[in-house]
Design a binder for this molecule. Sequence first.
Ligand code: ARG
Length: 757
Amino acid sequence: MFKKLTLGLLLCLMSISGFCDEGMWLPIHIKRLYNRDLQKMGLQLTPEEIYSINQSSLKDAIVSLGGFCTGEIVSNQGLMLTNHHCAFGSIQTHSSVDHDYLTDGFWAKTRSEELPNEKLYARFLVRMEDVTRQVLSAVNEEMSAKERAQATRKVMEQLKSDAEEGTHYNVQVKSFYEGNEYYLFVYETFRDVRLVGAPPSAIGKFGGDTDNWMWPRHTGDFSMFRVYMSPDGKPAEYSPNNVPLKPKHHLPVSLDGVKEGDFAMILGFPGSTDRYLTSWGIDLALSKKNPTMIKIFQTRLETLKAIMNKNPKVRIQYASKYASLSNYWKYLIGQSKGLRRLHVYEEKQAIEEKFRNWINESPERQKEYGDVLSSFKNAYESLKPQEVPFRYAALTGRLIESMRFAEEFGMLETLLEADTVNQEKVKATVKNLKESAKKFYKDYNPATDEQVFANMLRLYYENIPAGDNRPEFFKAMQKAEFSEPETASPEAFKALARYVYQNSVFTSEEKLNSFLNNPKKGIISSDPVTLATEALAPVQMRLFPAIRQAYGQLVTAKRLFIKGIREENPEKLYYPDANSTMRFTYGSVGSYSPQDAVEYNYYTTLKGVMEKEDPNNPEFTVPSKLKALYEAKDYGRYADADGTMHVGFISNNDITGGNSGSPVINGKGQLIGTAFDGNWEAMSGDIAFEPNLQRTISVDIRYTLFVIDKFAGAGHLVEEMTLVKSEPPYQCPACKKGKKCKKCRKKAKKKKRKAKK
Ligand code: ARG
């Protein structure tokens, strides 16, 4: 990757259209990028117009949505745009078989119909600050990794509490470049965020999991929320008395559309990347981590799918759980493919070889960095044999819902088992658990979970050989008086699951409530679901010390590796890995060639939706209203100059998960699209950016407006926005070619002079 960066930088210096698009930059560092041809690429804003603490700037329209997605404010009344898949959980929560907003879409006709969402928040960045000096003043090179972590944590906590004092802000201090730099972030968090509208899944998730992570794409992956504040203008919990947010900035929306080579920038909250991963890390991912996780996820997905297809209630209950797991599952498959196809392992080895040679050039370097590469090697070597059993032990308990839920009850059991029971505490705990249970059971189907239990345990049994990492589990099961399956036959595991689900209090809302109404000690601890959870614990405990030690070693190695690499290449600007803080990425709209002899256009149109239509496949059904609009070419002002309806486009911006819903913004600071995905050919992009292949997939904002206005009949929302359209370029009546002939040039000049006056 670093090699590519040099090449990229070089190409960037040579070209206008820009190859220099790798990087998720901190907004306070945007100035550093301005010697990189940003203006030539088409950026017309100053750095202060993008990020400023003194005046309103683009950053004031950008929202971290619940910490997992990004949104952008598009009206002066707090209207926020994001992805359909970012709202998926909310839409699903508000849905039932009778009100199936997933299938039918949802549009609030008035403010009072907007739907509140518990726990969802909209977080704005007030300012950020480099606090590296303060944090690092607390450490020295003699400290152990543990001492260092303690010392930095103490300063970070102090900085946070100092900055929060007397304000209603939330402050975070985070490590960057693996502990080489530290930044402080001040946020204002609004907790009354209401669902305003979402298209039906046949638009918002068109193409489903089949098209997910792929281009060419025809998904209208957008939804709308509104952020509310208290009447006196402060963040507040949900209240009917709250009023729409008055934002410091909202993005104007461009009706111009995009062309190949157009400048495009994105501000958002990317979650995590691993761009400094070493060759040993890639080997672990390819040989152990990814294949194991893929297999485990796939078992759960297949089990869920079979039931969802038959049972409409389960289909809604499990829609969100299924979608997010399936998204990650496909991501891992694509990542492994990409890492192999693009020879990322070898690329990383080359970087490490260069680093090794650089270290060996001087004794000082040897002293500081001499152990770094061998630390990586040792740490990953010790992780490798643990990886598979540890994933099974950890993920099995996470992915079986009853087991995950049962973990919440540990505290209650401890309270009940105390010599003198603190009734007050028991009462409070029970109250919380009842709340939790209400939510849990709304989207829980015991019969489904029972099948997951059977199939996941069978997978565990089949893939982890008898020995320390397996038998404890089944022994514990025997203790609870069900026999260990003699063979790994599906029937044996089905019978086991049957027993557990019939006898547990966690697998029935009724049973659990009657327990909570009269909690007695011993019930939780002897519950078969608890026993299953406890049986997995020793495996994790046994593996954990070695894993913790290896990760501890990696902390120091990673910090020194990045420090060294930056020292080795002082001419290069290195950007930090994503960590859910606001980042800026710039680039341009553009096509790509995914493989030999294939070219992918940079945009898709509604025609492609009709081409993909398959009434027999729920992923590819097309709403009849959309078809009618297509046939009538009823696109209004949202059509492209060529008369077609553009749906999606791609650009070479550098984004990742968490960026979902991010605004794609043109050189004038206007919204041109909403980012929602990456492309299949560059799924290794979180580990190594691929300038020629990697693309951000976005919904063209005009398609979003078209769906809201023409399809959903919610034009009042479009009216709230600030739409802008550029004047068509001057056309000479004589030559019809713009400003080509002498006569036109003269005329154009005259017109300009007039306009100035
Ligand atoms: N791949 C997208 C992301 O991670 C999510 C797309 C959701 N769509 C779907 N069909 N699951 O941001």
